[in-house]
Ligand binder design. Structure first.
Ligand SMILES: C[S@@+](CC[C@H](N)C(=O)[O-])C[C@H]1O[C@@H](n2cnc3c(N)ncnc32)[C@H](O)[C@@H]1O
Length: 263
């Protein structure tokens, strides 16, 4: 037992069980990916990476790409190859400028990438087009992400984080918007787009974890005035979590194929 853990062991087990169930719910929407060459774009969670490796199996391949070099190194170190049919390749990179040839993948998948995308210099549409360009003809582009179709404490927390990133780094997050906005984005570059909305997936004991965490480190980089204002909003969120629990956003899963080039 870890003395610093705000959860007792039974709670930790329940929390992890729910995280696995959530990633399984989203990954199952991909359907059959056995034997596919897959790019997982923007993600470092071992749970998702291992879930993909299990589904792809020994006859396919998996590249995990993220711009967070340290996070990616931690994910690679945590990867448990003994239980899994394939070893992914971990690549540091940016989805706006991918280090792959055209036509490399059968599937490009992201989960939770779009709402965190910094669109201050290039648009979400440009990111989507760059990712779709490395698909083979007949390949599939699939996205799962949070949407604001149902209100959630997590959305408010993410708005504050986005505001901090804007003030400290000049970044502009694409953010959590409606499922229509994300579907429309896919329809502009892909063919045969279909989507499926899913309700918020409750994760037990998240309400105990957030208040026990340190405040986001970016607070210390803000001006005094901004730090005062955003800290007050952060404390209001923690109060809300204590009163109502930690509510999570709904998700949408979207997939489509590459549009055939105009002749
Ligand atoms: C919400 S997290 C993804 C959660 C996901 N389920 C996982 O497996 O970690 C978003 C991830 O996208 C990455 N990311 C954001 N913008 C990116 C970009 N332009 N290029 C590559 N990775 C990016 C972040 O570093 C972060 O790891």
């Amino acid at each position: 037992m870890n003395a610093d853990d705000p959860l007792i062991p039974e709670e930790r087990d329940e929390y992890e069980t729910d995280l696995i169930a959530f990633s399984n719910r989203e990954l199952d929407l991909l359907g059959d990916v056995r034997g596919c060459d897959v790019l997982y774009a923007g993600g470092i969670s071992p749970l998702w990476i291992e879930g993909l490796a299990e589904r792809i199996g020994e006859n396919g391949s998996l590249i995990v790409l993220d711009k967070d070099e340290d996070g990616l190194a931690r994910a690679e170190a945590a990867f448990a190859p003994d239980d899994l049919p394939l070893r992914p390749r971990f690549v540091v990179g940016n989805v706006f400028d991918l280090p792959f040839e055209r036509g490399t993948f059968d599937l490009v998948y992201s989960s939770g990438l779009f709402h965190e995308l910094d669109v201050s210099e290039k648009s979400a549409m440009e990111a989507l087009s760059a990712m779709a360009s490395v698909l083979r003809s007949g390949g599939r582009f699939a996205t799962s992400d949070f949407v604001d179709d149902a209100g959630a404490v997590q959305i408010e927390a993410e708005v504050i984080e986005a505001e901090m990133e804007r003030r400290v780094f000049g970044a502009k997050r694409h953010g959590i918007g409606s499922s229509e906005r994300l579907v429309e984005l896919h329809e502009r570059s892909l063919s045969d787009v279909r989507h499926r909305a899913s309700p918020p997936f409750p994760i037990r004991h998240l309400d105990k974890l957030l208040p026990s965490e340190d405040e986001p480190p970016e607070f210390s980089l803000l001006s005094d005035e901004d730090a005062r204002r955003l800290r007050a909003r952060w404390r209001a969120i923690l109060d809300r979590v204590r009163r109502e629990g930690y509510t999570r956003p709904a998700t949408v899963y979207i997939e489509g194929g590459t549009k055939s080039p105009r002749i």
